[in-house]
Structures are given as C-alpha cells and as structure tokens.
Design a protein around this ligand. Structure first.
Ligand code: AMP
Length: 219
C-alpha cells in the first residue's frame, strides 16, 4: 500500500503528475479540487456552498474539506494506495490527515512564481472530460476544442489574475508551513517542476524508488 501526498503551488502540474504516478501502479488519484469542481458543475448542494469561494480563489472551510476527504477515502477503492492532490493545505488539515493515515511520501513540485503566473493564466480545461491544456506548452489541435471529446474548452473560473494572487498568498502563508511540518518527518521529495511532464514524472518516480512510467503509446 502506497500513500502519497502531492504538493506544489498552483500550475506546478500536481494534477497531471498525480495521474501519471497512478498509471501502471494501480493507485487512485484523489483531487479535492476536482471533487469540488464536479459538485459545482453538477449544481449540487455542496457545489452551491463552495462555488463563490472557489471562484474567488479562496480556501473552502476545513470542516467541509475534511468531510469530503473522509467520505472519499472511506470508499476504500484504493487497495494499492492513493495519490492525494490539493490536500492538506493548512496546519489543521495536516493534523487531521496525519492522525488517520500514515503517509509514505510527500512530493513537492517547485515552480518560481513568474512561471506560475505564465502557466496558470494560459490554462484551459475541457468541462466535459476533464482534460487540461496550456496555450503555451500544450495547445489543443483545434483552437478552443478538446482533442479527446471535441467539447469547447473553458478557462477555470479561478484562473484569473485576482484569484491567482489570492491562491498564491494562501499557499505561501498556510500551505508552505505544512510542507515544513512534513519536512521535519523527512517525507518530502523536492522536485523541479520546470522540465517536461515526462521528465518531472521520471524524477518523482526515481525519488520514490518506483519503476519508470511507461507511456501509453509505447514510443
Ligand atoms: P485546486 O484544483 O487544488 O487548485 O483546488 C481548487 C479550489 O478548491 C481551491 O482554490 C479551493 O477553493 C478549493 N480547495 C481544494 N482543496 C482544498 C483544501 N484542501 N482546502 C480548502 N479548499 C480547497
């Protein structure tokens, strides 16, 4: 059983790297942000509670976050383990998590803030299948359309300059101390998030002593 936490500033590639890390290792990717986005998109009661907070780039209250995480992990569909992304984001969440689960490793994706701004503001998302794109590095083949399902791409409501600044300041004030807490337990692997997606994945797997990722195309 492998339980990993992936941390890093917005736009550092946590979602993409988590997916690749799960690939071939039977791990389950748990993204708290994706769970909330699903609720917003489906207009659930929870979605209505978090929509405004998310769009402003603020953090959802700890009680709500903890109940969502508990409910998700209680599904126990992660026989081989999980990669949790976007959680914990502050001291209280870290304590809640560490009380209930032992962590095998924390991956910290490092990215300078000027690169964060460049990446986040050019990010686009397919609201239908969840695929994400970047207008600089990973453009869709047809402008504004998803390569996988053809749906029109959108900008995440919290990928605006104002919301990004709010998220960056929360990250620096609340999430960085969590990283230091984990660091004291010697779980943290610092990984430079600037190289290519596959290169970053290679470094993550090497740090965690895991077999290399096999690309689906076999090329
Ligand atoms: P993310 O995709 O991880 O950037 O999350 C998107 C948004 O969901 C965040 O800006 C928060 O509003 C909310 N969110 C996700 N994870 C958490 C968390 N652990 N604590 C509080 N809010 C969260």
């Amino acid at each position: 059983m492998r339980k990993f936490v992936i941390m890093g500033v917005q736009g550092s590639g946590k979602g993409t790297q988590s997916e690749l890390l799960c690939d071939g290792l039977e791990l389950v990717h748990i993204s708290v942000g994706d769970i909330f986005r699903w609720h917003v998109q489906k207009h659930t009661k929870l979605g209505a509670q978090v929509r405004r907070i998310m769009n402003a780039g603020e953090l959802v209250g700890d009680d709500l976050v903890e109940s969502v995480v508990r409910e998700r992990l209680d599904q126990h569909d992660w026989n081989y383990g999980f990669v949790i992304d976007g959680f914990p984001r502050n001291g209280r969440q870290a304590e809640f998590f560490m009380e209930s689960y032992d962590i095998d490793g924390v991956i910290h994706l490092e990215l300078p803030e000027d690169e964060v701004r460049r990446r986040v503001l050019s990010r686009r998302l397919c609201p239908n299948c969840g695929m994400d794109y970047n207008l600089i590095a990973d453009r869709p083949k047809r402008d504004g359309r998803c390569d996988i399902c053809g749906h029109e791409l959108i900008t995440r409501a919290d990928d605006t300059p104002e919301a990004l600044e709010a998220r960056l300041s929360d990250y620096n004030e609340k999430t960085r101390p969590v990283l230091e807490k984990f660091r004291r337990k010697e779980y943290v692997h610092d990984i430079d998030a600037r190289p290519s997606v596959e290169e970053v994945q290679g470094k993550i797997r090497a740090a965690l002593h895991l077999p290399p990722h096999q690309a689906a195309t076999g090329s």
